[in-house]
Write a protein that binds this ligand. Structure first.
Ligand code: AMP
Ligand code: MG
Length: 338
């Protein structure tokens, strides 16, 4: 299939909207990562997303809206805590899981009784939705690989597999949206992202952090969010996460690092290694780390690096999102340093 490359000009967004109304699939920029979008109410169109990505059919999709009023036809309940979160964080990088309405096709919810909804802030995404329909959209990468945060990433994974790509430059946040479920008695954080646990808690009070956010799923344990059970965000290179203090981190790499390997590090670490280094920002600047993480993981493969060492990120603020992605990129391959 020939993939059309579109700009973010109004005429091009109209072309993309037409493709979507005809049941096609378009990659669109959002403030988090690029999304692979189809009409959320058209099951046939949604199936094409799964095919293009190679995504397991049991991993549900997020439905994107461009006006708050659109949510009423998508969910059965919109409880007061969800309203408060919507008032404070929408449009923005927050996804809420709510009981789904009968309009949501099974392809979108992967057979669950709930639906994930997000109201993005990116002007191009919003315009595309308002010219077409609520859009089901996972990240626009091949299933399992790091999410795309630039046009080049999307082309690398999706050229020839989808109808069109809209160029929106680089994504601001760089990691996927925060996912919270409000379909449980106590709201539960399922995936950390640009809106932090601390911000959510300040807005609605008690929230549980699902254990899969920072731990691997135990044998036979059910994933509250199906996406959490898969190895994810991974480059082809082996990622080894080192958990310990800085001195231990430096020492480990000095001792075990070999030619052909590299270090994913912070600005403050540069100069401490003989291996090549890719910095994702200052160690205190979680926002920049999130913004650069997926580009850095893709760079590892572009440079033909076989193995990359990374230091465990902090679990505070947006740092929790960076941690959550990196442990999955590493397939939970974590070395505890003394
Ligand atoms: P992505 O496909 O990268 O945008 O990620 C979407 C995430 O939201 C995945 O981890 C999904 O498993 C999760 N998700 C989507 N819908 C639901 C739902 N109804 N219940 C629980 N998790 C969901
Ligand atoms: Mg994804």
């Amino acid at each position: 299939m020939k993939t059309l490359l579109l700009s973010s000009e109004y005429a091009d967004i109209k072309t993309a909207a037409q493709i979507i109304r005809n049941g096609g699939v378009v990659a669109m920029p959002t403030e988090t990562v690029y999304g692979l979008a189809a009409d959320a109410l058209n099951g046939e169109a949604v199936r094409k997303i799964f095919r293009a990505k190679g995504r397991p059919a049991d991993n549900p999709l997020i439905v994107h809206i461009s006006e708050l009023s659109q949510i009423y036809s998508l969910v059965r309940e919109f409880p007061v805590k969800a309203r408060r979160l919507a008032e404070k964080f929408w449009p923005g990088p927050l996804t809420m899981i709510l009981p789904k309405s009968a309009l949501i096709p099974d392809e979108v919810s992967a057979g669950l009784d709930t639906v994930a909804v997000r109201f993005p802030s990116h002007p191009t995404a919003r315009q595309l939705i308002s010219l077409s329909a609520p859009l089901a959209a996972p990240s626009a990468n091949l299933s399992g690989s790091p999410s795309p945060t630039s046009l080049r990433h999307v082309r690398d994974d999706m050229d020839g597999r989808i109808d069109a790509i809209i160029d929106g430059g680089d994504c601001e946040v760089g990691v996927e949206s925060t996912v919270i479920t409000l379909a449980t008695p106590i709201p539960e954080l399922l995936r950390p992202g640009g809106i932090t646990f601390e911000q959510l808690k300040d807005t609605i009070g008690e929230i549980i952090i699902n254990s899969a956010v920072i731990n691997p799923l135990g044998e036979g344990q059910q994933a509250a969010s199906p996406g959490m059970k898969y190895k994810h965000y991974s480059p082809k290179a082996e990622v080894v996460l080192l958990d310990g203090d800085k001195e231990g981190f430096y020492e480990y790499i000095r001792k075990y690092g070999k030619a052909g390997e590299a270090v994913l590090c912070y600005n403050e670490d540069l100069g401490h290694f003989s291996l090549p280094c890719i910095s994702i920002g200052s160690e205190h600047d979680y926002r920049t780390q999130a913004h650069r993480l997926f580009t850095a993981l893709r760079m590892v493969d572009e440079e033909g690096i076989a193995k990359v060492y990374a230091h465990c990120p902090e679990k505070r603020g947006i740092g929790l999102a960076v941690y959550n992605r990196i442990i999955r990129a590493a397939g939970f391959n974590i070395v505890k340093l003394r």
